[in-house]
Structure formats: structure tokens, C-alpha cells
Design a protein around this ligand. Sequence first.
Ligand code: PLP
Length: 459
Amino acid sequence: MSELIKVVLSEEELPRQWYNLVADLPHPVPPPVDMQGQPIGPDALAPVFPMNLIEQEVSTARWIDIPEEVLGILKIWRPTPLYRARRLEEYLGTPAKIFFKHEGVSPPGSHKPNTAVPQAYFNKVFGIKRLTTETGAGQWGSALAFACNLIGIECKVFMVRISFDQKPFRKMMMQAWGANCVASPSTETKVGRSILDDDPNTPGSLGIAISEAIEQAVQDDQTRYSLGSVLNHVMLHQTIIGLETKKQMALIGMKPDVVIGCAGGGSNFAGISFPFLCDKIAGSTDVRVIATEPESCPTLTRAPYAYDSGDVAMMTPLLPMYTLGHTFVPPPIHAGGLRYHGMAPLVSQVLREGLIEAVAIHQLECYEAAIAFAHTEGFLSAPETAHAIAQTIREAKRAKEEGKERVILMNWSGHGLMDLTGYQAYFEGKLHDYSLPDEHLERFLASLKGLPKPPELGG
Ligand SMILES: Cc1ncc(COP(=O)(O)O)c(C=O)c1O
């Protein structure tokens, strides 16, 4: 092959439909339920989400059209390039061919706007004037701020206190796109005030910020809530990543043997992998699909599959997922987007089905991998993305040991230009590896006691 570095599609080749894995799953995902274990109907979600997105959430259609107005905005940065990481291959001396899908080219710098834009659009079409949301390190908040700005609705972001104080740049990006960003817990909500009463110096958590954002959304008929991961419609919107990649790989006559993505709530992993899992379920490929997560938040590798709430105040319905428990307090690792307690029900289901593998990795190995990637490929990765790079390097080294050619595809979910304090801590030797101790895990899992249990697979 000639010195191919990147595969670029034209605007005309942008996928016109999203792929819904629900249509092809071997067994259905158990439904969301209430505290009594009764399935929640679409109407119960209406105060939180607009009905057009709820319809996508429960849809079993295989393909769902992407509206023209959404395509018009996605075209600002999509289709995104697929790169061959030749210099990384050379550095590793591996016979593997490494490809990465570059989702860092969006204006906010990650894959998150792939769902922020359609969510803002469907809310606007439904007559909603304002969206509320939460954000940890700020990738999602800035993506929704950007999307709401271009679509023309208001955006309110509850940003976890510790990030609000330590990472001011994402907050400024949100302000630049016209959003109102406040530190969470705030005095604006009942939930926030009660947590502040108990502990005025709390660093906050994603679970608290979600509770605040939902509380504000349900109080006003023209406001709804928006979530950047976990839910079915978010996974759906992200499949544009894998659909483009399939076209790009077909153009150069390649098929991946291994597909890798990091998983926080599961959305960029679902985005790159679900279109390939479609072929695996159909039996036309035996591609290995690997989700990576931090050793300190081992949702897929050590947590049970259970019904759990998405937030601390238990305002969301109970979702069937691998979960560390909704009271989980994340350790202070630098991959802010990988610190959530639960995993998308759809990603949880494909793990249960044995269609994917999950691996937990320590943060020092991830930073080392991100630096090797920056030295060879040039791009500086988000700490979340570094978890995918670390596994890619492991697979490339294994190919070398086994003397086997192998095509490895990784989702490069975002750049790290707003995450430099993490790199600073790494360079100064201040970062440490941390495994979640068993006794801490047990304590968080106690919050699942008394909740309904999901049925066995196929039950
Ligand atoms: C760059 C990047 N990658 C990955 C993630 C993890 O989220 P998800 O699992 O939904 O893709 C985040 C979350 O903020 C992120 O910002």
C-alpha cells in the first residue's frame, strides 16, 4: 500500500441515517422500571425529555433518518478523518495496522456534539426553549452549549464544583457559546441547597449535578433535560462515527480485527462499535470489540448488573446496567468523563451477551500511552481517550509477540487541549495508580439494596 495517512469522505458521503442496535440484539434489554419494578412507559419521561426523543429512546426501528438541519450543522466538522497511525506502528515495531477515527475535530473538541446537535434540534422542534444539563470536566457542557447556540435555544449547565474551580477554560467556552454555567451543588435547587447545608465545602459529583439539572427541567414546561451519554438515543446519534468508519475502511479494502473505545457512560464506544457489532451478530465477522475503563471506576469489569438510578437523588427511572451504585464517589483521577457510576444499558447488554470484552487500565499507563501517541502521531489526547490508546498499544504489542498482522481500529474521542492540568500533574510525578478497594465497592453497592432486580438474560 502507498503511504496512506488519512481517509477522508466528502460531504455527500455523510450517513443520512443512524443505526439502532436494538433492532438486532439477540435478547431485548430489560425496560426501565420504577421503584416497585414496574416498567416505565414513555409518558412518565415526558416532563424530562421531549416526546420526539422519547420515541427514539424506545424505538426498535433499525434505521432512523437524520434531519436535514442536523446534517447541515454536523457538516461543519463531519465526516471526520480516519487516520492510519503509521508512526505509532513503526515506534512499536508491530505488524499490526493501527487506525484511529479522529473525533477531536468538532468545534468543542470531542464526539459529544454528535448527540448534542440532534438533541437541541429535537427539543426546539418540540417547542422547548431551554435545556438543562450537568457536566463533569466540561466536554459535554461545552458540546451542548455549542449545539444550543447554533440551533437557537438556551442552555443551562450545572458543572461539578471541583471542575468548575480547577478547570475554568471549559466554563469560558460554554460562556462563549452563550450558555449559563453554574457550580454544582448550587443554591438554585432544593437538592443543591440540602447538600450544601450538609457540607458547604463538598466538591460535588456528576450524580448531584444530574439531580439539579433534572429538578430545574421538570419545574418549567418550556425546559427539558439533556443527557450526554448512557441513554439509547445518545448511543443512536453516536453511530454516525462507526457508519462513516465502515465506509472509510471499505474504501481502502480493510476490515478491523479489533475495535477499541474508552467507556464512561458508553457513548463514543457505542458510536464506533455498534455498526460493526451489527455484522458480528449477523455472523459475517468475528471482530473483537473492547471497551476500556479506569481501574479506579471499574463499572464493566467489577460492578454487578443491576437496576440502578442515574443520579444521587434518584430522580431518574431505574435502568438495567452495570453499576458501581448511585452513591459512588469517584476518586480524583484525571479522566473526568470516565468517572460515572453506571454504564449505558445497551453497552451493558452487549457485554452480557458476550459480544464485547471489557478491560480496566491504570491511569499512569494511559498517560504514558497518550505521550507515545503525541510523540508519534502529534495529537494530544483527552485523558479519557488515552484509555483507548493504552489498549490499542497493548493489542499492537500482542500482535508483535504473536507475529500476526492485525487491523486495529480505535476511536480517538477527543483532544486534551483543555486537560493540560492532568498532563502537568503527570509530568510532575504527582499522579498515582489507584484500584478501587473491595470494601469501598461494597459500601457503594449497598445503595442497590432493596431495588428491583433485572431478569436473567433471555428471562
Ligand atoms: C473525550 C471524551 N472521551 C470519552 C468520554 C466518555 O464518555 P462516553 O463513554 O459517553 O463516550 C468523554 C466524556 O466526557 C470525553 O469527554
